[in-house]
Ligand binder design. Sequence first.
Ligand SMILES: NC(=O)c1ccc[n+]([C@@H]2O[C@H](COP(=O)([O-])OP(=O)(O)OC[C@H]3O[C@@H](n4cnc5c(N)ncnc54)[C@H](OP(=O)(O)O)[C@@H]3O)[C@@H](O)[C@H]2O)c1
Length: 320
Amino acid sequence: MADIVVLGGSGFIGRHLVERLVRDHHRVRVPTRRAERAKHLLVLPTVEVVEANVHDAAVLRRLFQGADAVINLVGVLQDGRGKPYGAGFAAAHVELPSRVIEACRAAGVPRLLHMSALKAASDAPSAYLRSKGDGEAVVVGARGYLHTTIFRPSVVFGPEDSFLNLFARLQRKLPVIALGSPQAKFQPVYVCDVAEAFARSLWREDSYGRAYDLVGPAVYTLEELVRYAGTVSGHPRPILPLGPRASYLQAMLMEFAPGKLLSRDNYYSMKVDNVSDAPLPFGIRATPLEAVAPTYLAAGHPRVRYFTFRNYAGRTWREP
Ligand SMILES: NC(=O)c1ccc[n+]([C@@H]2O[C@H](COP(=O)([O-])OP(=O)(O)OC[C@H]3O[C@@H](n4cnc5c(N)ncnc54)[C@H](OP(=O)(O)O)[C@@H]3O)[C@@H](O)[C@H]2O)c1
């Protein structure tokens, strides 16, 4: 049993990773800006949720006291503009890793797992990927005195993802989908496979100082993924693929829409194919999208909703 601090443990990937670590009987501390956001973790027996400002060096040092390992999952997808990136990306993806490393040193934590993103690079076309690339460089720079491992997933799918669920939700609401960057390529990886990679790497010395791409078994275009989410959720809509100029314009206009579903920076990210030849590390077999996505996307399917309603109404349950 080890003591592990998971920054960003309240998020989508975090909740799966924390559950996975608890299964191995580790004690897990999860700092969050608002405890309310991490309440789903409170039912887990060896998890401690702490409301804390992780950008404060002294707070980090206190959080890391006595820890055997730190896992940093903190990340943001949208930010204001700036060169080479905005202040939000700088704070979350570059300055925070730097503070985490300093706090590990000060508290004597020997092990750090760091979450980056596939195709992160200091000269990438998007500010998100540039800031993630600079964050990786900071972590690589700490190899002399910390056992570090970096993970670089493609887009991650699973029950609470904000990716396939979004495409399904949009098709429930809209009669037609005008789709920017339809030919952008992704290699979606299952969230439990990502959690497994982190969990297995923790004490493996052969993973010290290394970076791993995390991808699923198949490559899809964005259009294929949107079509798939519509079909499986029971609301397939006609898709209108947009060319590069219209895609850029759409991304720009969406920056003013509530919820900021898309930005020009996302458009720039999609200029790079989000794919990799590398198999999952540590003998993990990549889970196909089709084996998992129907279990959560189909929850909104009209047939599933009909039989769920009948079930609640006391009629005999029948599988949809
Ligand atoms: N999901 C994907 O498809 C995907 C793909 C590639 C890489 N990644 C990377 O994987 C990591 C986790 O992604 P996710 O999908 O799980 O994200 P998520 O659900 O949005 O969770 C983000 C987590 O980071 C914390 N966080 C966000 N902004 C923060 C800030 N400014 N200061 C402190 N904490 C902050 C949040 O904590 P609180 O709100 O509780 O404070 C939350 O726990 C990120 O680094 C992301 O870039 C994700």
